[in-house]
Design a protein around this ligand. Structure first.
Ligand code: MN
Length: 281
């Protein structure tokens, strides 16, 4: 059964205990099955408080993150390991079942050249070791493919899948915003990586309201129908801009819709398309 989720940054620009708990309530009201929680600072995260609100609202959770620059995995594998282990502990503590996103690299960190085999092997080594601990905690790891302007390490679904396939139980985390920049289209990449695809950020070409940009949603859902996709669909739009989020995502213009509008319109489109293409049966 398809599960629908939304990223917390649909509603807020920074996660703290109070704004996080309010976002859990907002997400439950928006009618999603789970909230994706940004674990950008796992050292300041009140897992017990969020777990209580999630349970009270009957909402599931996943966690995601981007590594800090000083823990860019290929350059700083030990620092990355320490950071990821803390994030994994918090993922389990909050009751989430997945830790995904940019867990193999830091956004905005570049070497000026293409990724080397040794760099990707470092990702396999560190995430493979983390995966052993994750399995013991009932948490699955996912690795996201991100466009060339934000990382050099994994830009396409097929390159990312090649790493994911080396780590048992791990899933490929796709994102239609990045795919719109990097892939030949929205159909074949999903077919080529169907064996490991488990999580998709459903994000418009400009990160705003779904259906108002150039992402070909029918092609996306045709592909998902063709592979019998039963993983997760996660609304990722950004409304509440703060300086950190603006810098991380290069959002330099004010958004045209608020969080409630992004959530309502985006989730409605996802549910309608999933039904149209028989993914919900
Ligand atoms: Mn994403």
């Amino acid at each position: 059964m398809i599960e629908f989720g939304a990223h917390a940054f649909v509603w807020i620009g920074a996660w703290d205990t109070e704004s996080g708990n309010q976002t859990i309530r907002d997400a439950a009201r928006a009618g999603v099955n789970f909230l994706e929680i940004p674990l950008l600072n796992p050292y300041h995260f009140d897992a017990a408080s969020h777990r209580r609100v999630l349970q009270a609202e009957g909402l599931g959770a996943t966690c995601s993150l981007g590594l800090p620059a000083q823990a860019h995995l290929p350059a700083h594998p030990r620092e990355a390991t320490v950071f990821l282990q803390k994030a994994l502990e918090q993922t389990a503590a909050v009751g989430a079942d997945s830790l995904c996103g940019c867990i193999g690299y830091s956004l905005g960190t570049f070497t000026g050249v293409a990724p080397t085999a040794a760099e990707r092997q470092a990702v396999v080594d560190v995430l493979g070791s983390l995966n052993e601990k994750a399995r013991g905690l009932g948490v699955r790891l996912g690795l996201e493919a991100v466009n060339r302007y934000e990382t050099y390490l994994y830009n396409t679904l097929s390159d990312t899948a090649a790493t994911v396939r080396q780590i048992p139980g791990m899933f490929l985390h796709a994102d239609t915003y990045h795919m719109n920049i990097e892939e030949d289209g929205m159909y074949q990449p999903f077919l080529d990586t169907a064996d490991v695809l488990g999580y998709i950020h459903m994000s418009e070409s400009h990160r705003g309201l779904l259906g108002t940009g150039t992402v070909d949603w029918d092609q996306v859902f045709q592909a998902l129908a063709a592979i019998g996709y039963r993983g997760r669909l996660v609304l990722e739009s950004f409304a509440a801009i703060n300086p950190d989020l603006a810098a991380a995502t290069c959002l330099w213009r004010p958004p045209r819709h608020n969080g409630a509008q992004l959530a309502q319109g985006g989730i409605a489109l996802l549910r309608q398309k999933a039904q149209q293409y028989s993914l919900t049966t």
